[in-house]
Design a protein around this ligand. Structure first.
Ligand SMILES: Nc1ncnc2c1ncn2[C@@H]1O[C@H](COP(=O)(O)OP(=O)(O)O)[C@@H](O)[C@H]1O
Ligand SMILES: [Mg+2]
Length: 311
């Protein structure tokens, strides 16, 4: 099982659209994929469930909110008990042998970062503080190591657009970080900063593990960047249009992060509806369409990079 965190500090960069379609495409290749929605905006959740369905079936007991509640994540409920199988998309996947599962988000998750941060305090010794740090930051990683998750080939985490505690639990739990970005000033601005923050978190976590603060058997982590995927790319004569090309080159030259060869084309027709139908565009669009052809190549590139060969 590989875990990929999908993140960018900027909202509206196509993070959720990429996560939903990537999950659907990989499941369509016969894999078992788990999507984990950690964004309080819950757009990934609403790509597979209507708001009414979510309210009636998921809101009370079946969201990640319940897992983060309590004095330590996972005390109230086990992560595996929150997994749901969205019916509409899985009906579409029936012949593929794959499956797309989800742990849904909750709009109230927005308050959770502060509550989690409060739990970090109060250690009376440095050793105790470090143990709290590892307990909390490593909580999602620990939960995903449970046998119940062994059936999945891939877990994709849609992170909130910040570097709060919830995002940090996701980074610690992930083998890889994938960064979708629009090719514009504001979306590319934070990429180097994001890379730096990830490095710092991994270094601090590993330092505490190496210096014996770990009580729960935590191991050192090695979170790698898959790279930057440009989204909503507009082409003219086979090339990204001028301003976009400039920002793509800028990231290529000035960021330590690799820019993937593949990109997601701007297609309001396919990607503009934010998944209201319950089935991501990649499973609905004609297979000969260039949007689909390109997206499939991108998927293969990402799977190759994380070492999970396409089925
Ligand atoms: N490749 C694309 N082409 C056209 N519209 C897109 C594309 N990707 C995303 N969108 C649209 O842009 C908006 C923001 O995308 P979303 O995936 O929700 O971003 P984020 O999760 O980063 O906030 C949504 O309305 C979505 O439908
Ligand atoms: Mg989103």
């Amino acid at each position: 099982m590989k875990v990929i965190a999908v993140m960018n500090y900027k909202g509206g960069v196509g993070k959720t659209t990429l996560t939903a379609n990537l999950g659907a495409e990989i499941a369509h290749r016969g894999h078992r994929v788990l999507l984990l929605d950690l964004d309080p905006q819950a757009n990934l959740t609403f790509s597979f469930y209507s708001v009414e369905q979510w309210r009636e079936e998921l809101r009370k007991d079946l969201t990640i909110m319940r897992w983060y509640e309590g004095d330590l994540p996972g005390r109230e409920v086990a992560l595996q008990d929150l997994v749901v199988t969205p019916p509409v998309v899985n009906a579409e996947l029936a012949d593929s042998g794959g499956r797309l599962d989800l742990i849904s988000s909750h709009l109230r998750l927005i308050d959770m970062d502060l509550r989690l941060a409060a739990r970090l305090g109060g250690g009376t010794t440095i050793g105790e503080s470090k143990r709290k740090f590892l307990d909390l930051h490593g909580s999602l990683a620990r939960a995903l190591r449970h046998d119940a998750f062994r059936e999945y080939d891939l877990v994709l985490i849609d992170c909130p657009p910040n570097f709060g505690l919830i995002t940090k639990t996701a980074i610690v739990a992930s083998d890889h970080v994938l960064v979708p970005a629009k090719a514009d000033y504001l979306s590319t601005l934070g990429i180097q900063y994001l890379a730096g923050n990830c490095h710092e978190l991994v270094a601090e976590y590993n330092d505490y593990v190496n210096h014996g603060a770990s009580a729960g058997g935590e191991k050192t982590i090695e979170t790698r960047f898959v790279g930057v995927v440009f989204t909503m790319v507009k082409y003219y004569a086979g090339q990204p249009i001028g301003t976009q090309k400039y920002y793509i080159e800028d990231v290529r030259l000035n960021s330590e992060m690799n820019v993937l060869d593949g990109a997601v084309r701007d297609s309001p027709r396919y990607f503009g509806d934010a998944g209201e139908s319950g089935v991501p565009a990649i499973l609905r669009a004609p297979v000969t369409d260039e949007v689909v052809v390109e997206f499939r190549k991108l998927t293969t590139e990402i799977l190759d990079k994380v070492g999970e060969r396409a089925a």
